[in-house]
Design a protein. Structure first.
Length: 577
């Protein structure tokens, strides 16, 4: 492989010419305390950190940035830390998903507008992985992704707690009157004990696994606990490796291929991935010019067994256990016959070379193919007159009795309406009802919030019921579970069929045949369609205005239409010098 020469570095366009503009660039670097030999003729590496004091998942990033910078310096590069939008999951309202595309745009433009030869992307909390990766794909410079890593397992009264999943579980018990204030406060204090992302196989761990399976992270990076010393070493390894990637000109377009995207989808299914994997993986693939769609994911889901026994799809274990059992390299080695082992990765080596010799150390955590957690993959795609463009369900995480179900709809037009109703103990509802929340999609939410795991009505909770069929055009937290149909497309806010459903209409789900329908006469549906009135826009100014007018629907990845590869340039930049 021919290596770049110093004169060909991207940063040389800023620093090398003997002209007034470059004089200004060099003098300002000297103002920062650098000598000219610090930044001339060596790769300048941006370390993009999504840290903030309100992002609990990334609270260790200030220290980890120093580990990355140490590696860059050791390899002969100049590291420069640059802040990126900290899209945290815990505090951002109305939903962090509203700002994923903002992070992608910021990442792309930050890279494009600065003298960076390569970047280390530091993320982990749900939307930071796809946001950073989408932007870096479009910018087109060498990049490597450093996942934040999961937090330590939770603990209360000798019980292991999983973030998100156990919060939902114990909240239902509290609503049923089975949890005291003391117990509730103890769970609250014990469920999140360290820096790092959710330690269940929620969206964060799903997306970092996908980044590694795509070849964008160093082998083994995705599941190292955030506070493990191995995570520090991984940060330094990333810093060293990105410098070599610059000299090798190993850009994202050489890694983000159709086989790489397929590998990532297979791995996602085998891990028991979050339903959010669908919208993010499609968005990342489309940025790279890969035509990945819902039908591709459903086909892979039908043939890929779920072998990671990690909550919420699994029964007992958490991400620490997955890491100790061998991590993603071991899981990929178990399914290597289903992967394209020739796909290129950030190591400069193939997937096959990266996973060679990987071992599973606990067959109950990473199951053999002969004993899967679930015989098919994590996700299934539904279609029918309620969701002509598709909807998503996580079969392994719901009660099997709901996989074929028919019942009357109980429809809510907003989250506040739903929230008030489900706490009404006199609500007229049975276990056979189908709860429906609409106007919660990409535009209707706004921003596609995680409202899809509709709470079980209090009247049913107190009778012992813990699951029922629920349908929404919203998303669901990756730590959630239950018989929840999500991502209904087109969403109701733009006139999708869900907008035409009425309370009392019969809804039928047939998961084996992948169908979801309202059993309403076609003529009646058309009468309702003719009478439907579009709601007023959610925004009249600012970023929300841009979002509402350009976001695509769930089946297309919810990226902005003008940023996806089939709407124009996929990478590179205008020559403004």
């Amino acid at each position: 492989m021919k290596r770049k020469e110093a004169k060909d570095l991207r940063s040389a366009r800023w620093y090398a010419p003997d002209d007034l503009r470059s004089f200004g660039h060099r003098s300002r670097m000297m103002q920062l305390g650098y000598a000219e030999e610090d930044f001339r003729d060596r790769p300048v590496i941006g370390v993009l950190s999504t840290w903030s004091e309100l992002n609990t998942c990334h609270s260790h990033f200030p220290e980890r940035v120093q580990d990355v910078k140490r590696g860059v310096t050791q390899a002969g590069g100049l590291p420069v830390e640059m802040p990126a939008l900290s899209v945290d999951e815990s505090f951002t309202k109305p939903t962090s998903m509203l700002y994923r595309n903002m992070l992608a745009m910021e990442t792309e433009e930050m890279i494009r507008s600065h003298p960076l030869d390569g970047v280390v992307l530091m993320g982990g909390c749900d939307k930071t992985t796809p946001g950073l990766v989408m932007g870096a794909i479009s910018a087109g410079v060498p990049m490597i992704y450093l996942p934040a890593g999961p937090m330590l397992r939770g603990n209360y009264a000798g019980k292991t707690l999983g973030s998100g999943s156990d919060a939902w579980k114990y909240w239902d018990e509290r609503r049923a009157g089975n949890i005291s204030d003391e117990e509730w406060n103890g769970i609250q204090a014990g469920i999140a004990r360290s820096a790092g992302t959710c330690m269940t196989m929620g969206t964060a761990s799903t997306m970092t696994a996908i980044a590694e399976a795509l070849g964008l992270s160093l082998p083994g990076a995705s599941s190292i606990p955030a506070v493990d010393s191995g995570h520090k070493r991984m940060g330094t390894d990333c810093g060293r490796r990105i410098v070599d990637m610059v000299w090798e000109d190993l850009t994202p377009d050489r890694i983000l291929t159709a086989p790489a995207c397929r590998n990532a989808a297979v791995v996602a299914m085998a891990t028991g991935c979050s339903t959010n994997a669908v919208v993010h993986l499609i968005a990342m693939a489309r940025r790279a010019g890969v035509a990945l769609g819902l039908d591709d994911l459903d086909a892979l889901g039908r043939t890929t067994p779920l072998i990671a026994n990690v909550r919420p799809a699994g029964n007992e274990y958490l991400m620490e256990d997955f890491y100790y059992a061998g991590g993603l390299r071991a899981l990929m080695a178990r399914i290597d016959d289903r992967l394209d082992l020739s796909a290129m990765t950030v190591t400069g080596k193939s997937v096959g070379e990266n996973i060679e010799g990987a071992q599973v150390f606990n067959d109950d955590v990473i199951r053999p193919l002969s004993n899967p957690v679930y015989h098919e993959g994590s996700l299934a795609v539904l279609r029918g007159n309620l969701c002509p463009d598709g909807a998503i369900i996580k079969p392994a995480a719901c009660d099997p009795k709901f996989q074929v179900h028919q019942g009357p709809a109980l429809v809510f037009d907003s989250y506040p309406e739903m929230k008030a109703a489900i706490d009404d103990e006199d609500l007229d509802v049975s276990p056979d009802h189908v709860l429906v929340l609409r106007n919660a999609g990409p535009q209707g939410g706004p921003g596609f919030p995680e409202w899809g795991m509709l709470p079980i009505p209090r009247a049913l909770i107190r009778k012992g019921h813990r699951d029922m069929l629920r349908i929404s055009d919203a998303r669901m937290s990756g730590t959630s579970y239950g018989a929840c149909v999500l991502h209904v497309a087109p969403e109701s806010y733009v006139g999708g069929p869900l907008a035409l459903l009425r309370t009392g209409d019969t809804v039928r789900l047939d998961l084996p045949n992948r169908t979801l329908d309202m059993l309403v006469d076609a003529d009646e549906i058309e009468r309702r369609r003719a009478a439907w009135v579009a709601p007023k826009p959610r925004y009249e100014r600012g970023y929300g205005y841009l979002f509402q007018r350009h976001v695509t629907q769930a089946d297309k990845g919810c990226d902005f239409d003008f940023l996806q590869s089939d709407f124009g340039r996929t990478a590179g930049e205008p020559d403004i010098y």
